[in-house]
Ligand binder design. Structure first.
Ligand code: NA7
Length: 538
């Protein structure tokens, strides 16, 4: 195929959950498509993140496709929160069921995408030298798909194995007899630490920032519970669509500041016993009032102290530098208990930063630590990393990297002015990671494919976000965020985890329902904020 140009209606980049659904949906609408995927199978983030303990933090009955009732009825999730292998099995099942693989090219990376204004088409090349021409380009590249560049000095000098949680060996890692060091205590660290501690001879955890973590209380799902939920699936999905977080869990019922101290404690305890994100979503004011948030955070800190036997370790594990939920809440199984083990040490690298990695461990300003295996759980270049790895050139030769030099913005979180006919699924400025990202991806795919279908029917050759609409959207996203406590953390939600990345709030915080309602209204108004051009080339 090298040398030839293959023409398709829609080129989809990525075959994670969003890309897979885009294939199914657009194929169903009769478009010719091709999907390009770097991995050698479907699953995206769930294909790469194979570290021990990797599992979703939204209940699996919710964190799964809703578009096919047959699919959601036939698939049986084993646990409340499925493990990565189970989620990957599900992705493969979906690929088989809907025969998706025939339109996916695996083991291939898109390197360049250039908009040809005269033809109103995207010219796309891959690392295999193939060339495609596509009327529409759908970037289903994921919000958390590119590990952030590891900014720890001396890494190359380390003599032992180095593993990154987001690029875990397919064959797994046998930790037996190993002395392990792990850097990073976000979700990936917090999920993997308990299991690595059980398997390894010794584990040293290097913590720069303590994070809030709440119990998953993960457990197998009984047949009765699954059957009852499946009977009620349609209404659970409706509830999710009309919720803040794209989930069916009860939410925003109580206001912390209206409760008496006793009722407050009882409500926090109830959330803790239910597990998962309840403590964040059950209260109207937890992300809006610093005082309400402090009360919830104090409750979690009390839980940490009650769990961790060594008071000094417990204090180190108590988050102090950000409001609860302003960095993504972690959902764990036995995380704090792990620090009661004899083979685990917690090292504070905030007070005493890492100076360098050495051949047999690492050095801080005050001490040296030795280990033979290093695990990096250091996170992602979120939202923009995957898009910026591709040389994307829009109208008049403008690069996406230049358009986003002061921060990534996209109208509705999906379309960028100057880059016609390109759509980003769960892009910057959409609810994405602040919602159930699987349903958020579905909603985007449906909305975008309906728009593309409309364009075909109306002989519209070009769809482009208007600059003013995009600016207005960015302003709204920022103003909504600014009314909350979210921007008060140096988080990947604002790009603060990647040195040099411009800080803009990258997710839409006003909720999934509010977002979907706006998208629906914009469609009803004939796609307000988009320039729809009839095109001779159409
Ligand atoms: P996160 O949440 O970004 O966590 C990364 C962790 O790694 C966090 O504790 C960081 O500390 C730490 N880190 C990153 N770079 C360094 C360096 N250079 N030195 C020391 N420590 C460092 O990523 P995850 O993969 O855990 O989770 C991402 C999302 O995936 C998660 O929210 C879920 O949605 C799934 P810091 O906080 O920057 O001080």
């Amino acid at each position: 195929m090298v040398g030839q140009v293959r023409e398709v209606d829609v080129l989809i980049v990525g075959a994670g959950f969003a890309g897979m659904y885009a294939i199914h949906r657009l194929r169903g609408l009769g478009f010719s498509i091709r999907a390009i995927e770097k991995g050698d199978d479907v699953g995206g983030t769930w294909y790469w993140n194979r570290y021990p303990g990797a599992r979703c933090d939204i209940e699996s009955m919710s964190y799964s496709y809703s578009f096919s009732d047959e699919l959601q009825q036939e698939w049986r999730w084993s646990h409340r929160y499925a493990t990565q292998p189970e989620i990957l099995r599900y992705a493969r099942h979906v690929a088989d069921k809907f025969d998706l693989r025939r339109d996916i090219q695996f083991g291939t990376q898109v390197t360049d995408a250039t908009y040809d204004e005269s033809a109103a088409k995207w010219a796309v090349t891959t690392d295999r030298g193939e060339r495609f021409l596509a009327r529409f380009l759908i970037m289903a590249t994921g919000c958390l798909s590119v590990p952030k560049k590891v900014d720890v000095p001396g890494l190359d000098s380390f003599a032992g194995d180095v593993f990154h949680t987001a690029d875990w060996p397919r064959e797994g890692v046998d930790f037996t007899g190993r002395r392990v060091g792990i850097i990073g205590t976000g979700s990936s660290g917090i999920q993997s630490i308990p299991l690595i501690a059980q398997a390894a001879e010794y584990l040293t955890v290097f913590q720069r920032t303590a994070n809030f973590s709440v119990p998953a209380w993960n457990a197998p799902m009984s047949d009765d519970k699954v059957a009852a939920m499946k009977r009620d699936y349609a209404s659970l999905r409706r509830k999710s669509r009309n919720s803040y977080a794209g989930d069916y869990a009860e939410e925003a019922i109580l206001t912390i500041m209206d409760l008496s101290p006793e009722d407050r404690e009882a409500a926090f305890e109830k959330c803790w016993q239910q597990g998962g994100f309840n403590i964040q979503y059950f209260f109207t004011d937890v992300m809006e009032s610093a005082e309400a948030n402090r009360l919830a955070a104090d409750f979690v800190r009390r839980k940490i102290r009650a769990t961790v036997r060594d008071p000094k370790v417990a204090e180190l594990l108590c988050p102090r530098d950000h409001p609860l939920g302003a960095k993504r809440l972690c959902v764990d199984t036995g995380y704090y208990e792990t620090y009661n083990r004899d083979n685990v040490t917690l090292v504070d690298i905030h007070g005493d930063p890492i100076q360098s990695i050495t051949p047999d461990g690492l050095k801080t300003g005050k001490a040296s630590y030795s280990f033979d295996t290093l695990v990096l759980a250091t996170g992602f270049d979120a939202f923009t990393g995957a898009l910026q790895r591709i040389e994307i050139t829009g109208r008049q030769g403008r690069k996406l990297s230049a358009a986003w030099a002061d921060g990534a913005t996209a109208y509705l979180g999906m379309a960028v002015a100057g880059f016609p006919n390109m759509f980003i699924v769960t892009g910057p400025g959409s609810p994405s990671v602040l919602a159930n990202v699987l349903l958020a991806g579905e909603q985007h795919v449906e909305w975008i494919s309906t728009l593309i279908d409309h364009a075909r029917a109306q002989q519209i050759g070009e769809i482009e976000a208007e600059p003013a609409a995009q600016e207005g959207w960015a302003r709204q996203v920022w103003q909504d965020a600014d009314r909350t406590l979210y921007p008060r953390a140096q988080s990947w939600y604002i790009g603060a985890n990647v040195p040099g990345k411009p800080h803009v709030f990258l997710a839409y915080v006003a909720g999934f329902k509010a977002y979907c309602d706006q998208c629906d209204e914009i469609a009803r108004q004939g796609y307000a904020g988009f320039r729809l051009r009839m095109n001779a080339a159409a």
